[in-house]
Ligand binder design. Structure first.
Ligand SMILES: NC(=O)c1ccc[n+]([C@@H]2O[C@H](COP(=O)([O-])OP(=O)(O)OC[C@H]3O[C@@H](n4cnc5c(N)ncnc54)[C@H](OP(=O)(O)O)[C@@H]3O)[C@@H](O)[C@H]2O)c1
Length: 246
């Protein structure tokens, strides 16, 4: 971990923020991206005050230029990029019959296109270096079907397919890019604030109040994936509350 340059998208809260704190505490140089600048600034200051190294840049993952710019910032500041953690996401779940089509499209733009844009931004660097690691946050909703999660789950199933093919093609092409995909269950973050359907929000709040665990649990798994030897990929982790049955 020591000295690795790690870009984190969706770093302003929840899993991304917890991961930034942990990786920086273990010696990584973290490059934080999200839309809320005040949150990024406060987090970067906290990390520096604790003796860590952090910079940040406002990033909307739906814009290719923003993704390119944060990779460029990392390279200009630290000279390389070792890991990108593609973690930005939203979960405005609802039944299909509610026809929340704006939410459907926003999930596709952020959860799918955001991942594509991040990989497109970093792949030339990783290919040139013949090293690098892409870590992405999917979801247990990317492994099995849940009512109210047709579109959210679909975006997360996409991440699974995409990451596995990235791993395969990189191995075939000899570029040695490691991948890891995380499938969290109920984790206490700001994610439920993105749900606009009141009945779905109430049901999810109840589930999370009963079962939710801290985002630091995911951070430690991300760290584990990064800390494996360079010749070793640990591709997939399902991580959730021991009490959560589905
Ligand atoms: N919490 C769970 O139970 C759970 C379970 C499975 C999977 N996940 C996944 O975990 C990831 C992180 O979510 P979280 O649970 O930590 O929730 P969170 O606290 O709401 O964090 C989501 C992060 O994504 C960022 N984001 C959203 N839209 C963005 C955009 N267009 N451009 C850049 N950043 C954007 C948010 O920052 P800004 O608003 O500042 O941009 C925030 O930093 C998501 O991909 C989510 O789907 C979470």
């Amino acid at each position: 971990m020591q000295g690795k340059v790690i870009i984190i998208t969706g770093a302003s809260s929840g899993i991304g923020a917890a991961t930034a704190r942990l990786l920086a505490a273990r010696g990584a140089k973290v490059v934080l991206g999200a839309r809320r600048e005040d949150k990024l600034q406060a987090l970067a200051e906290d990390i520096r005050a604790a003796g860590g190294e952090a910079i940040y840049q406002v990033l909307d993952v739906t814009r290719q230029a923003d993704n390119d710019a944060i990779v460029q910032l990392a390279q200009e500041t630290y000279g390389r990029v070792d890991v990108i953690f593609l973690n930005a996401g939203i979960m405005p779940s609802s039944p299909l019959s509610a026809l929340k089509t704006d939410d459907w499209h926003a999930m596709v733009d952020i959860n799918i296109k955001g991942v594509l844009n991040g990989v497109a931004a970093v792949l030339p660097t990783f290919t040139r270096q013949k090293s690098g690691q892409v870590i992405a946050t999917s979801s247990v909703a990317g492994l099995k079907a849940y009512p109210n999660s047709a579109v959210y789950g679909g975006t997360k199933w996409f991440v699974r397919e995409f990451m596995e093919v990235l791993r395969m093609e990189s191995a075939m092409e000899g570029t040695h890019i490691r991948t890891a995909t995380i499938y969290p269950a109920a984790i206490h973050t700001e994610l439920l604030h993105t749900i606009s359907d009141p009945a779905t929000a109430a049901g999810m709040q109840a589930l999370y109040q009963t079962h939710g665990i801290a985002p630091e649990r995911i951070a430690s798994v991300v760290a584990f994936a990064i800390e494996q030897p360079d010749d070793t990929t640990v591709s997939e982790f399902t991580v959730g509350p021991a009490s959560q049955p589905w």
